[in-house]
Ligand binder design. Structure first.
Ligand SMILES: [Zn+2]
Length: 446
């Protein structure tokens, strides 16, 4: 682990806070937004591959919804006060679950339809006091990769195992080092919903799922959510503080309180179980972790700027500009630095910005048509044809998914080049595919 994410976030222009907006409400700057949008795309793609359906729901709802769900009684201290609008009282949501539950409830469900998995990049709100807020790790608007699974009681363990597997895929792809898994149980004190038997059942199923997944874990009494126990995946930040990055939770209570049901094989109405899955994490907390984990040098597929083209002198501005255009047309995030500074100064600046690849075009490159690529660590790759583009930084493929079908190439442009590495071979963060390998001609096989 390296520097504090707040300092690096400022230096690299990823996010900032403004007193006029308020504490715990960071503004994501363009470079930070690139990283977040790549993570959100990853979450959406992975969820769909994992059998989830995407939904969109509002960040506000009537107070009655949270009274029904139990949040109002057990969680009101963490919620923003209601806003009176006409005869209604609207509340910024403290959680996304009640909204997803209503989407589930909007249709008649049969046991054959279950599990139903609904997923959303959803924002929820916490009325934290400004003293405890900091950077991206403690915020008032949490932007969560949130999935709710509605399943039969006998599907619960499988679905927890599935949630844990999804979390582990992300950890591999993003280089996340798990500090420990913990089973957060009910404590002696604290306010919880629901009866003892259901809690014991849920805690047992979480333990079984951890055993089946072969994961060692610690018990954490008193750390459960008010509606049910959970598995928390813990990581540590640069200062050694522990945080929960991913979580899988079992909930018998909200289905009961919100009146969810399905028609069983016996033709009668039964209660589904709800599983809360926040496996990629909140964008805020994940970003804070990744900034520190990689010291700001994101893997190339996540880097805000992937290739910086540097003309040695003004004479190369033309060819440098057209190489930049070709790189962009190939789907890479590229820019050309024509600043009036020495080449050495511009290379240093690119290194400070943690740009993964730098392409230098001087007189020699201009006449030979070959461009040398430099990596962040100073290594240099053999020259590639200026007419080609480097293989971009594909997202590492999770080992147990087939390679996805590539996005169709827009007419008249080269296909955005090869996304994920072949299954089982996640591309190491800092090694681009051998330069000049899949050029525009080869890259249609994304
Ligand atoms: Zn939830």
């Amino acid at each position: 682990m390296h520097a504090d994410h707040r300092q690096l976030g400022r230096e690299l222009g990823l996010f900032r806070t403004d007193p006029l907006v308020g504490a715990g409400l960071p503004l994501w700057l363009p470079d930070g937004a690139v990283v977040r949008s790549e993570l959100e795309k990853l979450a959406a793609d992975e969820a769909v591959r994992d059998g989830c359906q995407r939904v969109y729901t509002p960040v506000l709802a009537k107070r009655e919804l949270y009274e029904r769900s139990g949040h109002w009684a057990k969680f009101a201290d963490d919620m923003f006060p209601p806003m009176k609008v006409g005869g209604d009282e609207l509340v910024l949501r403290p959680a996304n679950c009640p909204h997803h539950a209503l989407i589930y409830a909007a249709e008649q469900r049969s046991f054959r339809d279950l599990p139903v998995r609904l997923t959303e990049a959803a924002s929820m709100f916490r009325s934290e006091l400004s003293g405890v807020l900091g950077g991206l790790s403690r915020v008032r608007q949490i932007n969560l990769d949130d999935t709710h699974v509605f399943c039969l009681p006998e599907q619960v363990t499988d679905e927890i195992v599935r949630g844990l597997a999804a979390a582990q895929r992300y950890h591999r792809m993003l280089g996340i080092e798990v500090a420990r898994y913990q089973l957060a149980r009910r404590g002696d004190h604290g306010s919880y919903l629901g009866d003892d038997r259901l809690w014991q059942d849920a805690e047992r199923q979480l333990g079984e799922a951890l055993d089946r997944a072969g994961l060692a874990y610690e018990d954490a009494p008193g750390e459960a959510a008010f509606y049910g126990p959970k598995i928390d995946v813990q990581v540590t930040d640069a200062a050694g503080r522990e945080d929960t990055l991913s979580t899988v939770q079992v909930d018998f209570n909200q289905p009961e309180r919100l009146g969810l049901g399905y028609v069983g094989a016996d033709g009668r109405r039964h209660r589904p179980v709800m599983i809360h899955r926040g496996v990629l994490s909140s964008m805020d907390r994940l970003m804070a972790y990744l900034i520190e984990r990689h010291d700001g040098a994101f893997p190339p597929w996540l880097a805000p700027l992937q290739v910086l083209v540097l003309p040695v002198t003004g004479q190369q501005h033309g060819p440098a500009g057209s190489l930049t255009d070709r790189l962009r047309a190939a789907g890479l995030r590229a820019d050309c630095d024509r600043a009036d500074a020495t080449l050495g100064a511009r290379i240093r600046r690119a290194r400070e910005r943690r740009v993964p690849y730098v392409a230098v075009i001087g007189h020699r490159e201009e006449s030979s048509g070959l461009v040398a690529l430099r990596l962040r660590d100073g290594r240099q790759l053999p020259g590639i044809s200026a007419a080609d583009h480097p293989a971009p930084a594909g997202r590492p493929a999770p080992a147990d998914h087939p390679a996805p079908a590539g996005r169709p190439a827009p007419a008249g442009r080269p296909a955005p080049a090869g996304r994920p590495a072949p299954a089982g071979h996640p591309a190491p963060a800092d090694h681009p595919a051998p330069a000049g390998q899949p050029g525009p001609a080869a890259s249609t096989a994304a």
